[in-house]
Design a protein around this ligand. Sequence first.
Ligand code: BEZ
Ligand code: FE
Length: 277
Amino acid sequence: MQDFNEQTHLAEALGRLEGASDPRLREVVAALTRHLFAFVQEVEPSEEEWLQGITFLTEVGQKCDEVRQEYILLSDILGVTMLVDYLNHGRAEGGTESSVLGPFYRAGAPACANGASMARESGGEPVLVAGRVFDSSGRPIAGAKLDVWQTAPNGMYEGQDPAQPPFNLRGVFSTDDDGRYAIRTVKPVSYSIPDDGPAGRLLRALGRHSYRPAHIHFIVSAEGYEPVITQLFTDDDECLDSDAVFGVKESLVIHYERAQDGDGSRVSYDFHLTEAA
Ligand code: BEZ
Ligand code: FE
């Protein structure tokens, strides 16, 4: 039996992991233990603060159900989701940069012909988003899929708002033989992430807002290529530098050009996919 102090206690806690049969689990829990110990030593929480932390994490769990994932939201607002995304996808040379998936993706959106509108009700400023999908050597990819979704002009996704028609502002587009796509939609608006739970409370306590700058979500995929989950952000949005979930990257900011014929705006954007590993 050794003296109990910060060093012997850490060594003892790490030593207890030696029986783990999965080496990756052992590595992960060892790192977690080392970092948690360092965190607690830096912060030196009072017992009240420790209990406050436990209560907060309990409330995060209690807010979760089949559709609401408060832990992911917490990870988003702390910047962890974008860090995990960067470590997994951020170093592929030549590909379109990625961003968070978010909780509002819905699989099974209707297939849309090139040039068709995914706005299934009226309202909003009409936009034509068009461009091409290329491989990393600049060759166009035919038959690439673009799974697209965004908020309505009221700042709500179709799944959050029973007043919207099913699959409003969602659609799956495919590139033609020249790798071209064309999406008719409406200009997206900035909106608040769900802020009625502990993650929202934490944002307010930190003096942060809960808004995301206006964006359109994309999953771009093609056989033989790594799919990219990303978003295109409107360049005139006030929240561009303070996105609640840190999702903005410079290469993903786009300009809405007023159409010559006065009918809404146009956006031009090319995607680049890297070959599957
Ligand atoms: C979104 O862009 O849909 C989103 C991303 C993270 C948290 C909440 C919403
Ligand atoms: Fe979004």
